[in-house]
Design a binder for this molecule. Sequence first.
Ligand SMILES: *Cc1c(COP(=O)(O)O)cnc(C)c1O
Length: 476
Amino acid sequence: MSDVSGSELRALMARVPSVEKVMASAEFAALIVEYGRTQVLGAVREALDRWRAGAQSGDASLSALDVAQLKSSVEAALRMRNESRLRSVFNLTGTVLHTNLGRALLPDEAVQAVMKALTQPANLEFDLGTGKRGDRDDLIDDLICELTGAEAATVVNNNAAAVLLTLSALASKKEVIVSRGELVEIGGAFRIPDIMSRAGAKLREVGTTNRTHLKDYEEAIGPQTALLMKVHASNYAISGFTKEVALDEIAPLAHTRGLAVAVDLGSGTLVDLSQWGLPRETTVRETVEAGADIVTFSGDKLLGGPQAGLIVGRRDLIAKIKKHPLKRALRVGKLTLAALEPVLQLYRAPERLTQRLTTLRLLTRAAGDIRLAAERVQPALQHALGERYAVTAEPMFSQIGSGALPVDVLPSYGLVVKTVDGKRGGRQLLALEKRLREMARPVIGRIADDALRLDLRCLEAADEAELIEQLKGVRA
Ligand SMILES: *Cc1c(COP(=O)(O)O)cnc(C)c1O
């Protein structure tokens, strides 16, 4: 409702300082130094337009517009606009390789290498021996071969790209035989049948969802067959009356018929995780030894490196893959290569891996150690939330994440927050979960079984004090 008369409004408008005057004022000099003239000018115009519109609609609180007031509103707007949208969070979800939170965290060696690659020229595609043009794959393919036992290797943007490129280069206009039990959707719209058709290959499904036999593959082989393919089921498990054909049975069949076998391993670990009490996953080397001609896997899942898709296998097939035009479109940048090399080098000293490779350090962290952290953080949150909430340190289970063995869980510890009166607890917990997400460094937990659960597996010592300090400021 407007209770400002025409003449009052005109008087108000006349008191609005001009843009020129505002920009020339002492108050705005520092802002211009920090944000630059263009941005400040835009923000001042917006603020003045807002003020005029407010005054016209009768918002009396606007009557006392002055330069100092304008400065604080412009400064707040500029600060908000220039805040990074990609923000550090606390991953207390209990999922170590959380796709939505950026998957693997990189070790210091990788961080240093990326920093160098960012600020100094490097021999990305320059052969230092001959002084001629080089190939970016040459920088790390030997290392990948050493760690996997493969003849040749190449790297692309992610594993989805690795699969797309492999199928495009080796099976375009031909048939690829895949078991119906392995036609999976990985999430984020990666579906084997879709990738297959994008690559121009024809999917030849064999067997049934729960059971596929060697003779199913055998009978499907024909003049149009280019590849036999196996896909890691990653994020689901079938149990009961099931049968899948192992790679060491499929490979001899393919090879006697002059065909190749491609395996999409998904997570693709380079070491036997069971030596640290983790669930066993077939390694890339074992897959190569079992007869795979091509193996594709991610760089940022169990490998613990940057986002990348690694393709390893037979030299002639890798050469064909590298020659395909899509390779140029899917290739990795220097930052990826810079980060990947030191991560791979860590695997040369497997006995130190659980200390130095961040992903493995988090996955192998002992529940007792996490319990101590939970007991140190608990008082801060309990105190901040007051007596209407009960915050307890309790055992819980973390997940590996990123499609590595979805049914397996790691003994962990964390905080469990419940409302004391129980009633309307659901709404209160949802509100609390939202407040935690809105903190300066968002705290991401999860709600399950009528409680907010904060798994502390991924809270490393260096971040503990920051979390405690933040939690002290949570309002109930
Ligand atoms: C994760 C996964 C992919 C996709 O890998 P990205 O690196 O995320 O592109 C493909 N296939 C399998 C079996 C996977 O588990």
